[in-house]
Write a new protein. Sequence first.
Length: 271
Amino acid sequence: MLHYSFMQNALMVSILISILCPLIGMFLVLRRYSMIGDTLAHSSLAGVAVGLVLKLNPILSAFFLTSLFGVIIEFLRNYFNKYAELILSIVLSLSVGIAITIMSSGMARANVESFLFGSILTVTRNDLYTVLLLSIISVITIAVLYNKLVFIAFDEEGARIAGIKVKVINYIFSLLVAATISVSIRIVGVLVLSSMIALPVAASLQLNKGFKTTLIFSIAFSFIDIILGIFISYYIDAAPGGVTAIISVAVLIFVLLYKKVCAMMYNQGNS
């Protein structure tokens, strides 16, 4: 199986995704912004559609347009700070409207199903290089801003009082979310991308560990989800996005059961 070049490309992209998604997802979940990730994931479809029309790399066009929508969300937070869900509805309506209009008009003369559901057949070497570049930039940015991002995740107002430029970092973080989404759409697909951002983090949070340990477990769970999704989807000839989402939920359920069994054993040992 691995002697096929498309599988090699898909596997390498999947490894990058398994690191990047929980890195971003950790901060989104802790800030209760997971629905922003879901909104931007669906918004990326507009970027893909625009890229196909203009004959640009769909990953790059998705990054630029998703970045724009991310900046719009952050900008509107200042005006609708008490109605966050309204902002997401506005951006989702605009982006999905653009995508549907372009695709239904026939201007995007390409199969967009691979972006909706994910595909291991369509990942090219150029896609791999694009994903690698965006991933490196994102990881370096997270490393540089790590302490400030952690501070903001737990206490945004306190970070602002401490002199951290919260607004600037929030805009940068929006670009990081956009980069993560755009590099993941080829494999995971738009419709279930939010599962890779949130579910590995949700599973690792059940272990009640420290921040860094939780982050490491998130990456481990993400790696398991995506790699199993790739291999199983190959053998059953299904879209990797759906398989990966099912595995993500299965891993979360397993962790919950493991936690419950451990708690029962602990209570029995103390009784």
